[in-house]
Design a protein around this ligand. Structure first.
Ligand code: ATP
Length: 355
């Protein structure tokens, strides 16, 4: 089975070819880089418009070059695309491209949930059977585990996604998007300063820590930052060094994610954890998760970086499983869904005995 995957939920215009027999994944991506600030949905959609045809053409070229069937056969068996969650204007471009290709090549269409794809790529590359998954991405942060035919959300952010929270802080200090790698680099020279740490049961919140981090950078002490006009605020002893803020942000934010991941392992009785999402490229987060797993005798797996950040490889890999299970879409029912939650997806591709 060979599947063409197309991804375009936010910033990455990406196309991939997954050859299941050879377990070979080819990915061609083109990232949108905002000139200033964060991701602007309209600009991101314009980027999709420009870049999707290009990356798809490159992936198809690869599919044709490596295809050993009759030249008259389509070089792929199905087209899989990211249906959501994501930015509506971007998703619509990708949905249109996927429908057009499926019709032009005469192959079925597969609609993939982007967050379930972040999980399934970890399951695929680890070979784990039924792991808990921590999805630490830009717009999301949650723990997933399989039970009775669905991936259940065991815990999640009560406000923003983890990467978006970090990016908001770096925008505040004037660093270009994306902020995560810059925080990681600055944290290397930092020391711990006190910042909020908010875990409530299985859920966590990032808004308090991000406000406190901005205030620490501005040199506004937390006690008088909330009340009064800016004129009335008194300056604290001065701005906290940015390295210390970055270090402490990482310690607390990743500590929160690690604590809830441990609780999810304990709740499910699973001894396998996989990581998903762009923030998963962070070495400190991986170190904390690996240590926690080692302490409880669990196995930890983080896919290689090209599968962590948004990419069409994970869409093609899950697309292949769905295609093999007959889980395809008619054009009329292939609408995209910006709020598509992972627990809305009936898991058709796992062994019937598990379901
Ligand atoms: P989603 O998958 O929820 O739609 P997304 O589309 O924003 O999220 P991802 O590629 O999963 O995209 O993640 C992008 C995020 O990862 C950005 O917020 C970026 O700052 C963050 N990030 C990238 N590298 C690192 C790193 N080394 N450390 C921390 N964060 C990082």
């Amino acid at each position: 089975v060979r599947i063409l995957g197309i991804e375009g939920t936010a910033w990455a215009a990406s196309a991939a070819v997954f050859d299941a027999e050879r377990d070979d994944v080819f990915i061609e991506s083109d990232a949108y880089q905002p000139e200033s600030g964060g991701i602007h949905p309209r600009e991101a959609a314009e980027h999709m418009h420009d870049a999707i045809p290009r990356v798809v053409e490159r992936a198809l070229e690869y599919a044709r070059e490596t295809h050993d069937g009759p030249a008259t056969d389509p070089p792929i068996d199905a087209v899989a695309f990211s249906r959501g969650p994501g930015l509506g204007p971007c998703l619509r471009v990708v949905g249109t491209a996927a429908r057009a290709l499926s019709q032009a090549l005469g192959v079925p269409l597969v609609g993939v949930n982007h967050m379930v794809a972040h999980l399934e790529i970890g399951r695929h590359t680890s070979g784990f059977d039924s792991p808990v998954c921590l999805n630490a991405s830009g717009a999301n942060a949650h723990l997933l585990a399989y039970r009775n035919g669905r991936y259940r959300v065991l815990g999640e952010t009560m406000d923003t996604g983890v990467g978006n929270a970090i990016d908001k802080f770096t925008r505040h200090v004037g660093w270009s998007h994306p902020g995560g790698p810059k925080v990681e680099a600055a944290a290397e020279d930092g020391e711990y300063v006190d910042l909020p740490y908010v875990v409530k049961g299985m859920d966590f919140s990032f808004s308090g820590i991000m406000s406190a981090a901005k205030q620490a950078y501005d040199g506004v002490s937390a006690s008088n930052a909330s009340g009064g006009s800016s004129d009335e605020r008194s300056e604290s002893d001065g701005s906290v060094p940015i390295e210390d803020i970055c270090y402490s942000l990482q310690e607390n934010v990743f500590g929160m994610l690690t604590e809830v991941s441990e609780r999810a392992l304990s709740l499910t009785g699973s001894d396998e954890l996989v990581l998903g999402g762009g923030v998963g490229q962070n070495a400190r987060l991986r170190e904390m998760l690996a240590e926690m797993c080692a302490q409880r005798g669990a196995e930890f797996h983080a896919p290689e970086p090209r599968f962590l950040r948004d990419n069409a490889g994970m869409i093609a890999v899950l697309g292949a499983k769905m295609y093999a299970a007959g889980d395809t879409l008619e054009i009329e029912e292939s609408r995209v869904d910006p709020d598509f939650r992972p627990d809305q997806v009936p898991v058709t591709w796992r062994a019937r005995s598990e379901r």
